[in-house]
Design a protein around this ligand. Structure first.
Ligand code: GZL
Length: 350
């Protein structure tokens, strides 16, 4: 008897099971064959994602720098760039060319760019509330570098990293008292060439210096004049002070090396020996001023280190991680003067 095989003839259960088994085996075989490929695709995809994650900056920092008005400022910028590289920080650095409006615009760009942290060195203390409120509302922490702001509002910034300018002024005043004693001076007429009006270093260096000499009746400040931390303005100020007071000047207290280095040629042009006929006191401690100190044409240079980059990067990482930070971070600073063997002062690096 011939069994007709009909296409759709119902199979018996054994045949069905065999068919099912064959189908499973084929599926398993196929899977095994393509599994390495699947694994490779996932691996490559994962590596690419990991690579993307590796290349993504660990921290995106927006920094608005005042300008490049002095060796100090240039050294500060260089140190921040060097430390950003060391700390694997992606740095968006903008130079404001001495204009507050440029700093405000830069901060707004950082907010729009959604940086992790904003840092800036405020050229003056006032006028930051609105833009800093925008940063706060955007949830971006702000670090003040070098200088401070004046505000009635709470919580606009996380911390300030910079010198204790008041202490720098006190150190300058205390040096002058020691110098006047050593020269048995019974009259000390002082002219002051200040930094940028309403900037933190100007306000606090002046306050510290005046407080330090306040109790000494020999001391008289003939005039204070704004040199804006610039070498050219330092020369102009010194010319004007020499015309007005000439021989009557015993001391020049200058808020930074640039203005001091601008003033010295004017003093010599007028026939005086800086460092001998007039006591010269400066602040910053850059290489040029230290070289002139070693020549005896400046008597005292109070250090104001521009090397704030490491503290800035460490603080930025802590803020990004949501960790607490100190509200004020002051670097250690010293005084260089003719009271010591200046030949031992090591290279300054700025
Ligand atoms: C001080 C800094 C001052 C320097 C100047 O920290 O703000 O600004 O003393 C610079 O040289 O221009």
């Amino acid at each position: 008897m011939t069994w007709l095989k009909r296409k759709n003839s119902p199979k018996n259960s054994r045949d069905v099971a065999k068919e099912e088994q064959r189908r499973c085996s084929f599926f398993a075989w196929s899977l095994l064959r393509i599994l390495p490929l699947l694994l490779l695709i996932f691996a490559v995809g994962g590596c690419e994602k990991a690579a993307e994650q590796d290349n993504a900056p660990k921290l995106l920092l927006g920094f608005s720098q005042i300008g490049s008005e002095s060796a100090w400022r240039i050294g500060n910028t260089r140190d921040i760039e060097d430390q950003a590289a060391k700390f694997d920080v992606s740095l968006m650095l903008e130079n404001a060319n001495q204009k507050q409006e440029n700093q405000i615009a830069a901060i707004r760009r950082f907010i729009a760019y959604k940086v992790d942290v904003i840092a800036f060195s405020p050229i003056v203390e006032d006028g930051w509330d609105n833009v800093l409120l925008e940063a706060k509302n955007a949830g971006i922490p702000v670090i003040l570098v070098d200088r401070d702001i004046s505000t009635q509002k709470e919580g606009l910034t996380s911390c300030v990293i910079g010198a204790d300018f008041y202490k720098e002024g006190v150190m300058a005043g205390e040096y002058l008292i020691r110098k006047a004693d050593s020269l048995s001076m019974n009259r000390v007429n002082i002219v002051e060439i200040t930094g940028t009006e309403n900037s933190t270093p100007m306000l606090q260096r002046q306050a510290g210096f005046m407080d330090a000499i306040a109790g000494d009746e020999r001391m008289t400040v003939l005039k204070s004049i704004d040199g804006d931390f610039l070498k050219s303005r330092g020369a102009e100020c010194m010319r004007a002070l020499l015309e007005e007071y000439g021989d009557g000047i015993d001391v020049v207290f200058s808020h930074n090396d640039e203005m001091t280095l601008g003033a010295l040629p004017e003093i010599e042009e007028a026939g005086y020996l800086p460092g001998e006929d007039m006591i010269i006191i400066s602040i910053d401690g850059g290489q040029k001023a230290i070289d002139v100190l070693k020549e005896g044409r400046i008597n005292c240079v109070v250090e104001c280190t521009p090397k704030l980059g490491r503290e800035l990067m460490e603080t930025a990482y802590r803020l990004k991680a949501g960790l607490s930070v100190s509200t004020v971070i002051h670097p250690e600073e010293q005084v260089f003067s003719d009271e010591q063997d200046t030949s031992e002062i090591p290279p300054r690096g700025y």
